[in-house]
Design a protein around this ligand. Structure first.
Ligand SMILES: Nc1ncnc2c1ncn2[C@@H]1O[C@H](COP(=O)(O)OP(=O)(O)OP(=O)(O)O)[C@@H](O)[C@H]1O
Ligand SMILES: [Mg+2]
Length: 270
């Protein structure tokens, strides 16, 4: 099957009734340029390029195995691409020292489908853990979280609408609430960007809507960049400013949400 790459530029969110337009869409927070990745003989990403701007939600669509998670992993450092360039918040990873590379990658917080909260700890303690990257190891033990960090974590919980659950056990919250806690924990990392790999796949439709609306609001009101892998095209339409389609490890389209038609989306899953 030939992969036709369609890249259409326009102000994200402009000119349609979908997601609210971002405030400053032109600052590039993430620039993935022509990356490739193979595992053994299997090429799983070929010439993959994409950008995320501040204030923008970018949805990744594609069938199982099309390379969505691999792209995000190459950004957050869980794997390294074989070739190509990734620039995060202005830092070109290939040229940066290991310290600068790690620092740049910390500006992108990752949220996963499987919510890795410590169930027996409180919601607040889980959110404080987002500040680990900025703490010496001995301060990362829950009883030693400082007041500043706890206050910051409370602020993050307010941003996701769960401050009233701060002192409950994480395990006592619903799946949708736990995902919002995971987003609060990501915010406690003080990111410029959130990478969300199927953040709503395990949630019921209402909770999935709530989480996507939250990510959209954070992007627009706080100028965060959000890259979200989704298996629900209707959520991409409702909450993303741009939609990227992958097939067989290649970019098939990258366009403002209003310009994506159902045939293009359906073609990803043939
Ligand atoms: N660590 C690995 N070792 C070997 N193969 C891998 C590894 N990680 C991913 N792959 C392969 O790379 C391809 C792309 O995987 P990836 O996880 O990026 O797909 P995806 O689009 O996220 O799919 P899904 O929708 O199922 O999550 C798949 O064929 C997968 O088997
Ligand atoms: Mg995946």
């Amino acid at each position: 099957m030939s992969a036709v790459t369609v890249l259409r530029e326009s102000a994200p969110g402009a000119g349609h009734d979908g997601p609210t337009a971002p405030q400053d869409a032109r600052e590039v927070l993430l620039d993935v340029h022509a990356i490739t990745k193979s595992f053994g003989d299997r090429v799983v990403l070929s010439d993959m390029s994409m950008r995320v701007h501040a204030g923008e939600v970018v949805a990744f669509l594609g069938a199982n195995g099309s390379g969505k998670s691999t792209t995000l992993r190459a950004v957050n450092g869980l794997i390294e691409a074989d070739s190509g360039d990734i620039t995060i918040a202005g830092v070109r990873l290939n040229e940066a020292s290991p310290h600068r590379r790690a620092e740049a990658r910390r500006t992108a917080a990752t949220v996963f489908q499987k919510i890795h909260l410590v169930q027996r700890r409180t919601v607040l303690q889980n959110v404080c853990a987002g500040g680990f990257a900025r703490l010496p190891a001995w301060r990362s033990i829950p009883p030693l979280f400082g007041r500043d960090l706890r206050e910051e974590a409370m602020g993050c919980l307010e941003r996701v609408g769960l401050a009233d659950r701060a002192h409950d056990r994480a395990g006592s919250l619903s799946g949708g609430q736990q995902q919002r806690v995971a987003i609060a924990r990501a915010l406690c990392q003080r990111p410029r960007m959130i990478l969300a790999d199927e953040p709503v796949s395990a949630l019921d439709p209402k909770a999935a809507d709530d989480v996507m609306r939250l990510l959209h609001e954070l992007a627009v009101s706080e100028n965060l960049g959000v890259a979200a892998v989704l298996h629900q095209p209707h959520l991409a339409r409702a909450f993303a400013h741009r939609v990227i389609g992958l097939r067989g490890g290649r970019l098939v389209f990258d366009a403002p949400t209003a310009d994506i038609d159902d045939v293009e989306v359906a073609s990803l899953y043939l």
